[in-house]
Each structure stands twice: as C-alpha cells, then as structure tokens.
Ligand binder design. Structure first.
Ligand SMILES: NC(=O)c1ccc[n+]([C@@H]2O[C@H](COP(=O)([O-])OP(=O)(O)OC[C@H]3O[C@@H](n4cnc5c(N)ncnc54)[C@H](OP(=O)(O)O)[C@@H]3O)[C@@H](O)[C@H]2O)c1
Length: 241
C-alpha cells in the first residue's frame, strides 16, 4: 500500500505546495481544508496534474471534524504515514502596529494559540494510533524561525525585529511540543520535527517575501522522509530553538 499523508490547511499557500510535492513523490495525500469549496478546487487542480490526492474536511479547532477525519482514515487506510501540521494563522495586529507583548490582547493570544498550538496538539494525539501503525511515521510541525527564542533574543538577528507576540509565542510552544513528543516517541517508528519554510509569498507571508511556495514547501517535504527526530530544520540545516 502507498504511503498516506495528511496535510492540514492544504487548499492554498505552503500546504497546497507541500501536498503537490508529496504526491509527486508517490505518496497519497489527503488534503485537509476547512472550506469544502476551496478544498475541492485545490484537489481538482492537483488531480488535473495526474496526482493522487483526496479532499478531507478539517477545521482544526473542531473536535467533531477531527473525530470524523480519524474515523475516515482508520476505515479507509487503517494507518497514517505522514502528518504535516501546516494550518496556521498570524494576526496582523491593531491598525498601525503589531501585536507586541506590551499590547497584545488576550483574545488574539487565545485565538492564535487555539489554531497554531492547542488544535495541533489535539489532532496529533488523536491521529497517533494511526501513525503508530505506519512502518515509518513522520510528524512535521510547520513552525517559523520567529518562534526561535534564541533568534528572538539575539538583537543582531534580522528576525529579532519581527515580534508579533501571539504568533511567535505559539510557534515557540509548538517547538516545545516537537521536542517533547519526539522524546516520548523515541522508541517508536515515528519521527517528529519542526520545519521553518523560509519567508514565503503566501497570504500569510505577504507579497514582499523572497521565496515562492514551491521553494518554501521543500523543508516539510524533506522531513517526510527524515531519519532524525526532535530537530528544528530549514532546508536541511538545523535552527536553534
Ligand atoms: N509564509 C511564510 O512566510 C511562513 C513562514 C514561516 C512559517 N509559516 C507557516 O506555514 C504555515 C502555512 O502558512 P502559509 O504561509 O501557507 O499561509 P496561508 O497561505 O495563509 O495558508 C494557511 C492555511 O491554513 C488554513 N487554516 C487557517 N486556520 C485554519 C483552521 N482554523 N482550520 C483549518 N485550516 C486553517 C488556511 O485555510 P483558509 O484558506 O480557509 O483560510 C490555509 O489553508 C503556517 O503554519 C505558517 O505559520 C509561513
């Protein structure tokens, strides 16, 4: 049986490209989207390229939809080989300013953590029994260099000037999940890593980003066959936590 991958937030941006590149490697990709219409359109585009992809419905904050997705994958494939936790959000901040630690509203923190952290942990835990049935399970947590506390606390780093607190803190928490889950699963066949895609032109990354989505997706795609665990990686290079 083919390897089976699930990519969250796969209807556009990095998720769409990650799905495309995994499918090009011969993996069957379940492309999760919270919006059925946008998801089906994305799937059709890749099917038109001759790729083996399938639409699955997933609003990551919905326990009901997570449960339904688990049932579907279990009943149809009986396992999951690759989970790419890609769906994510970044609040732009109040008009004229970013959400710095000084002013960020609790509701912004909560909403950001709901999508980028809590839902991701719940989805991963729910799907773990299916990943354990894989001979080579891989979990890729799509993080950001903005979540690196080493980089954020280094004033010499160009990234340290970019401080939307809710987003950065949610990615730091996600990185912590990677470290802890990798340790918990160290005697299993599952490898868990965090990916920094680079700064990429997408709705989230904005139009000034230097990279296009196909370039940005490469790190997550390479981690689908990584032979290491518990690392934070960009383009084959380790990043400090
Ligand atoms: N672009 C960059 O420069 C960059 C850099 C570092 C890290 N990243 C990370 O890369 C990942 C993908 O970002 P992107 O740049 O491709 O952004 P994007 O183009 O805005 O795509 C985000 C995807 O996540 C989905 N999503 C958001 N909230 C969701 C929810 N509650 N349930 C289900 N799906 C949800 C979106 O669905 P809708 O279309 O329905 O909104 C969309 O499919 C994110 O985790 C981001 O933090 C991006």
């Amino acid at each position: 049986m083919k390897r089976i991958a699930l990519v969250t937030g796969a209807n556009k941006g990095l998720g769409y490209e990650t799905a495309r590149q995994l499918a090009l490697e011969g993996i069957k990709v379940l492309m999760a989207s919270r919006n059925k219409e946008r998801g089906l359109e994305a799937v059709q585009n890749l099917k038109d390229e001759g790729l083996d992809v399938e639409f699955v419905q997933l609003e990551v904050t919905s326990e009901t939809e997570v449960d339904a997705l688990f049932q579907h994958i279990d009943a149809t494939y009986g396992k999951l080989d690759v989970l790419v936790n890609n769906a994510g959000i970044m609040h732009r901040g109040e008009p004229g300013g970013v959400n710095t630690a000084e002013i960020v509203k609790e509701e912004v923190l909560r909403e950001t953590f709901d999508v980028n952290f809590f839902s991701l942990v719940s989805l991963t835990q729910k799907l773990l029994p299916l990943l354990k049935k894989s001979k080579s399970g891989r979990i890729i947590n799509v993080s950001s260099i903005l979540g690196s506390n080493t980089v954020q606390s280094d004033e010499a780093s160009p990234w340290s000037g970019i401080k939307p607190f809710a987003y950065n803190a949610s990615k730091s928490a996600l990185n912590s999940f990677t470290v802890h889950l990798a340790a918990a699963l160290k005697d299993s066949n599952i490898k868990v890593n965090s990916a920094h895609p680079g700064w990429v032109k997408t709705d989230l990354g904005g139009k000034n980003a230097p990279l296009e989505a196909p370039e940005g997706a490469k790190t997550s795609v390479s981690l689908a066959s990584a032979d290491f665990t518990g690392k934070f990686v960009h383009n084959g290079e380790e990043i400090a936590w």
